[in-house]
Design a protein. Structure first.
Length: 152
């Protein structure tokens, strides 16, 4: 059975990881509260995909925003800066894929075992120094802002 983890302000459950796919991909179920938005970041080795199961998610890249609702999906290739924001009033439940594997190990390294199978209680902002350190160890660079093309 999968273990639930509190990862940032989300509830995560690793469904499939490198151990089960020979490193080919990960699949993690995430439930995130309204307004959740990780810092912009780049996965240097893995592409990241999202399939929304419930709620609404906006994925932002240098090319613009993609709004996803239940049943919709998108993908950000390795090396592409991106962030996401939960734009529905209710929590968003999504599947997050990583190709090749990498995201599940990051979630496990930064997260902590959930005391309950529900969203964590707010504990203030995350430890940014630790987040940067753990991210870097997993080939992820946190950015201060999302690069956007300069208008001509």
């Amino acid at each position: 059975m999968s273990q639930y983890l509190w990862f940032l302000d989300t509830l995560a459950r690793v469904l499939i990881d490198a151990e089960h796919t020979d490193g080919a991909y990960d699949l993690v179920e995430i439930t995130a509260p309204s307004g959740h938005q990780p810092p912009p970041h780049v996965h240097h080795v893995s592409g990241e995909g999202w399939v929304v199961l419930d709620g609404e998610l906006t994925v932002s890249t240098a090319d613009g925003d993609t709004v996803l609702s239940a049943g919709q999906a998108t993908f950000s290739p390795a090396g592409e800066a991106h962030t996401l924001r939960i734009t529905s009033a209710e929590p968003c439940r999504m599947l997050v894929s990583s190709v090749p594997s990498g995201f599940a190990a990051f979630v496990r390294a930064f997260g902590q075992p959930a005391e309950r199978d529900e969203l964590p209680s707010p504990q203030g902002p995350p430890d940014i120094e630790r987040l940067n350190r753990v991210a870097q160890a997993h080939n992820i660079t946190m950015l201060t802002k999302l690069p956007r093309p300069v208008a001509a």
